[in-house]
Design a protein around this ligand. Sequence first.
Ligand code: BG6
Length: 303
Amino acid sequence: MTDSEALNARFALPGHLRFAAGPGGLTVAEIANAAGTARIALHGAHVLAFQPRGARPLLWLSGKSWFAADKPIRGGIPLCWPWFGAHPADPALPAHGFARISPWQVLETQALSDSLTRLRLGLSDTAASRRQWDHAFAASLEVTVGAELTVALTMRNPGAAPYTITAALHTYFAVSDVTQVRVLGFDRCPSIDTVGGARTPGVQTGPVTVHAETDIIFSACPDEAQIEDPAWNRRIRIRKAGSLSAVVWNPWIAKAKRMPDFGDDEYPGMICVETTNAPGDARTVPPGGEHRLQAILSVEPLG
Ligand code: BG6
């Protein structure tokens, strides 16, 4: 019996959800209901795709992505956890934490209505995780698919000592042309521009637009951001909870060329607007406690 067959025997939901071998042989949950479709790899609990019925795909996935057990996937929604960016003390540890390159377990599948399907995946500490981050943890990712996509990462602490995390739902959105879109929601927010390894503080004025490499951490953010894309006549809304920070990222030309898993000509088609607990927004989870980082993604016509 293949992994997918074994999972289907326990968790398939006829008319809603089944497991299949996806790119690179990775096991993928394929969700399709009356309101939307989505694909989620168990590798990294990684949302690869989401599309409300009748709308364009919301998420961008690189044609050059790796799909391998030891590498992160480029595009969709990588889960950065338990640290965001480089590890603060040991740069040899994987960038953006180990969650996105770990095999997650299926905990539960639920058909909530004809147009709402839920998948819950889990990850707990192992000897290997303890060597990188010496804490007991129970993380779960709940993905709810309908006309909107809700992604919620819950980090529980079953151990005896508190732990502190940084994290991101590192969402890659598909756009018509990154130079033509406006990202709203960060006006007057404190910012740190990290392009080229710098850390230049500032304050955002008006919408964020992209005409060069862009890598900005915003803090004290309101709980909604929007991407306006006139050529595709759409507004993407990103509503969030458990987060006071966000990152807007586009690698532009030179950095795209340096990344082996990112096509040289792909940068105009994407923008990351990441729902984060960035370093200034780290969270400490006490023994027996939990922290939940959530994003709700939806789309509507601009007019
Ligand atoms: C962003 C960072 O969150 O992730 C960027 O701000 C980084 O600096 C980008 O380049 C992609 O990271 P990675 O590890 O997936 O290549």
